[in-house]
Write a protein that binds this ligand. Structure first.
Ligand code: PMP
Length: 402
């Protein structure tokens, strides 16, 4: 190549890669490497189920892919009308006092919960808007806020109960607050927002005239219905018109590879999110949308309001916590969700050191929780995925016990 033809233009937009990190991408890639070690016995790192996803969804999508030429093409931007109707019916059935969503204007189907978060944040946040998130948190919220040129404000929650308190939350609100991101059941802590906590968020949102993005992808995973129920932010006083809710077939129907998610909420916020989504992926995969439609119809008809997997996940968490106690690790038993969070302080190791030890010496992969803290100096917590079969958990427990 001659010197004159060499490309001298800046190749990558400055800052974009910095915006798109959660402060822990090096740690994530180390963990991914560890998970590939041939000596690994149980990978409890990433939160994906290791059993087949919803049967009605799979059977329907397989049939559609083989036999229905129309449903192998684009759907409407906001998704298959039949799926939006099924979602509206499911929620009306599951939360009867809330009234029924208008399937045409109050629901949009996205290509995953991840894309729903991106669309909602891009639709709501502009330069200088303050956005409150809770730490630890799912590491996708903050990069989206940074890309929208928003200003992040964090509320840090404490092990072991990870409860939101008025003092901590109120401190982060200002006249510039535009959005509060809430996630319940929570990844990674397994905390299920109580009605009091949800009412507190609602009170502050109303007081400061701001919006709530409520990530409820784990809504079906609340373990003990006598002590905890899923509380929807959109049902809190004054919140119907200021809440966008995220859902996902990844979690609801154990279909993480399908990339089908949804948003529901007020018409103007849904319309704006739909515009972002149209330029992101245009529409979610059509045959898979029809599969998810079948899963919702089945769930509404047969009364699936709690996931069939809750008892298994809760048992997995308890067994894992008991085994980890033999290594001097203290657990915070989850109220819901896909994860168990542990404090490794008493082992004398940091989270990263402990995860290396566990992977190399015992063959079990976990995630150091510093990746969920946006660079804040928290290095004593570790996350284990509990959304696994009994057989995988048997292996993990045996390996931990040595
Ligand atoms: N929100 C939370 C809290 C999550 O944990 C996840 C996935 N792990 C998502 C959203 C996104 O899910 P998906 O993109 O698979 O729909």
């Amino acid at each position: 190549m001659s010197a004159s033809s060499a490309l001298k233009r800046q190749r990558v937009v400055p800052g974009i890669r910095k915006e798109m990190t959660g402060g822990g991408s090096k740690v994530w890639s180390e963990i991914t490497e560890l998970a590939r070690l041939p000596t690994i016995i149980a990978d409890l790192g990433q939160g994906y189920p290791d059993f087949p996803g919803n049967a009605a969804a799979r059977a329907t999508a397989a049939d559609v892919i083989q036999n229905d030429s129309r449903l192998n093409q684009y759907s409407l931007v906001n998704g298959l009308p039949a799926l939006r109707q099924s979602i509206a019916s499911f929620y009306a059935h599951a939360y009867p006092s809330a009234g029924k969503l208008d399937a045409n204007t109050q629901v949009v189907i996205t290509s995953s919960g991840t894309e729903a978060l991106f669309a909602a944040i891009a639709a709501l946040v502009e330069e200088g808007d303050e956005v409150i998130t809770v730490l630890p948190s799912f590491p996708w919220y903050s990069p989206n806020v940074r890309m929208a040129r928003g200003v992040l404000k964090h509320v840090t929650l404490d092990f072991p109960d990870f409860k939101l308190t008025e003092a901590k939350l109120r401190e982060q609100f200002s006249p510039r607050t535009k959005l509060v991101v809430i996630n319940s059941p929570h990844n990674p802590t397994g905390h299920v927002l109580s009605r009091e906590e949800a009412e507190l968020v609602a009170k502050l949102c109303v007081e400061h005239d701001c919006f709530c993005l409520s990530d409820e992808v784990y809504e079906q995973y609340v373990f003990n219905p006598t002590t905890h129920q899923h509380v929807r932010m959109c049902d809190m006083p004054g919140m119907r018109d200021r809440t966008l809710t995220v859902g996902s077939a990844s979690k609801m129907f154990s279909l993480t590879g399908w990339r089908v998610g949804w948003l529901h909420g007020p018409e103007d916020l849904i319309a704006a999110s739909k515009t972002v989504h149209s330029f992101g992926s245009y529409c979610a995969p059509t045959p898979l949308q029809d599969g998810v439609r079948a899963a919702f119809d089945h769930a509404t008809k047969h009364g699936l309001v709690r996931s069939e997997h809750n008892a298994l996940f809760q048992r997995n968490a308890a067994r894992l916590a008991e085994a980890l106690a033999t290594l001097n690790v203290t657990s915070s038993l989850p109220e819901g969700g896909y994860f168990l969070v542990c404090d490794v302080t008493k082992t004398g190791k940091t989270d990263v050191e402990f995860c290396h030890f566990l992977a190399k010496e015992r063959g079990v992969v976990a995630v150091p929780m510093s990746v969920f803290f946006e660079g804040q100096p928290v290095s004593n917590l570790v996350r284990f995925a509990i959304c696994k079969t009994e057989q995988v958990m048997d292996k993990a427990v045996r390996a931990i016990l040595g």
